[in-house]
Design a protein around this ligand. Structure first.
Ligand code: HEM
Length: 326
């Protein structure tokens, strides 16, 4: 509307009604959210401190022994003809030059140093094994206690059985779900409220295979525990095998997080993060017969900034049957 229209007293145009409506539903209960973010902090610090510990002996082996010449993976260094340090990553019999990142990277003084992973990937930054172990073991306890609380809570509230365990129809729809993921298509409306089969499988594998596996392999490396756990240590082939599996699972966690964060980014980062921070998640279609008070128009809703009443307002928590994670 122009300034002349205003001067002429023409009333403002009434906006077209929004074709699609949005509802905010309470999706993730507080304990799940708190434990999720504790887990993110603990895993991040365990990864970085774990790489610090790895740097004290940047090679992996299989079995019980760590003999020279039997390495599966080595992050090492050599000098070239001019005396310059060159970072070498050796996987089996294949060698790669990885100067600057693996094997040789700049230290805090800016000069090239021989170290497995670079200082920006380790906690603490400089080579300091004992401090790395302190960080790692502290957050290992946080991770284990938090994980036990999560599994206990998820069982007690039936979150695990209801929201994470795949149903028969989930299994039957796995092909469609894979195709939809490959096309980056995401469910809308009420369908977006439940985890699809790929999410369920990913979360179950992360919790019960990666989570349990990394803790058991960590315990298997501990001199005090490997006596108690010796049958398990033998079953995986020895302490060096346990160390290798521990390392592989750590990177499997990283791969999961990259895919997980990518999915969050492409499926509505603001809505997804609000869901995991405040619990409230917007779905983009009101079910038939939903009370009008619950309808809100599309567009981001920021609960931190309450706006005057408008169709964009956040609404009351959805009734219990719409709170699948309670
Ligand atoms: C550090 C490793 C991480 C692990 C192991 C992890 C694991 C999980 C698991 C198991 C769930 C399902 C929770 C449940 O309903 O019980 C979940 C949900 C979620 N995570 Fe993570 N997560 C990690 C990092 C992150 C990060 C960095 C972000 C932020 C970008 C994030 C954002 C979310 C969101 C938004 C959901 C809800 C997804 C939905 O409702 O569809 N996660 N995560």
């Amino acid at each position: 509307m122009s300034a002349q229209d205003l001067d002429a007293g023409v009333p403002p145009a009434i906006p077209e009604p929004v074709a699609e409506s949005r509802r905010l539903v309470y999706r993730h209960p507080l304990p799940i959210r708190v434990m999720h973010w504790i887990n993110v902090v603990a895993l991040t610090l365990m990864l970085f401190s774990g790489l610090q510990i790895f740097n004290a002996h940047p090679s992996l082996y299989w079995g019980n022994r760590s003999d020279a010449g039997t390495e599966l993976l080595t992050l090492g260094a050599r000098q070239d003809a001019t005396g310059k340090l060159v970072g070498i990553t050796r996987v089996g019999r294949h060698e790669f030059t990885t100067t600057g990142v693996l094997g040789v990277s700049n230290g805090s003084d800016g000069s090239p140093q021989v170290r497995g992973f670079p200082s920006w990937l380790t906690v603490p930054g400089p080579q300091w094994l004992s401090m790395g172990r302190r960080w790692h073991f502290f957050f290992a306890w946080v991770f284990v206690l938090n994980g036990l609380c999560y599994v206990g809570y998820a069982l007690a509230t039936r979150h695990l059985q209801r929201d994470l365990w795949p149903t028969g129809s989930d299994w039957r729809g796995i092909g469609r779900s894979i195709i939809e993921h490959l096309r980056f298509k995401h469910p809308h409306g009420d369908e977006a409220l439940r985890y699809n089969i790929l999410q369920r499988l990913a979360y179950l594998v992360v919790i019960f295979v990666f989570g349990v596996g990394i803790v058991l392999m960590g315990l298997a490396m501990s001199p005090r525990m490997d006596a108690v756990l010796s049958p398990m240590v033998e079953a995986v082939g020895g302490r060096q095998s346990a160390r290798t599996i521990h390392f592989i699972i750590a990177w499997a966690f990283v791969a999961f997080v990259l895919i997980h964060v990518f999915e969050v980014l492409i499926s509505g980062v603001f809505n997804q993060l609000r869901g995991m921070i405040t619990g409230y998640y917007a779905i983009d279609a009101a079910p038939a017969g939903a009370p009008p008070a619950e309808a809100v128009s599309p567009g981001p809703v920021d609960p931190a900034e309450p706006a005057p009443p408008s169709p964009d307002d956040p609404v009351e928590p959805a009734p219990p049957e719409e709170r699948p994670h309670d």
